[in-house]
Write a protein that binds this ligand. Sequence first.
Ligand code: ZN
Ligand code: MN
Length: 150
Amino acid sequence: MAVEYTHEEQLQDAIKTLRETGVRITPQRQAVLQYLIEHHTHPTADEIYKALASQFSNMSVATVYNNLKVFKETGLIKELTYGDAASRFDFDNSNHYHIICSECGKISDFHYPRLDEVESIAEHITSYAVTHHRMEIYGICPECQSKKKK
Ligand code: ZN
Ligand code: MN
């Protein structure tokens, strides 16, 4: 049975983690964190800025980005890089994979634990000391599929 882990509890735990590593919690910082917890859309710094700017007169894309860097350094969030495109940020730092819509750019999560084995297989075959792996799946999301049908 899954135990409900509310957004508020996630926020309080994240704040606790930040405090323990000596990070000061400003209202802006807390708002960025809260946005990431409530929106599993893998937003860019720019998207977060646009959503929150009206609440903070002194907010800029640069301050949002700096906050994201701090969260990343404490291991709270993951940064997803896709070539030259802007980085996206993911509050879920569990091992999971992403499927990306080629039409609208939406990114959805899925888990596939069986793939963990690929690291030990790669290590065994190549004698490299494997650190991590990444994989992305591309396709057309359900929303874009139904738009096409119309
Ligand atoms: Zn789509
Ligand atoms: Mn994700």
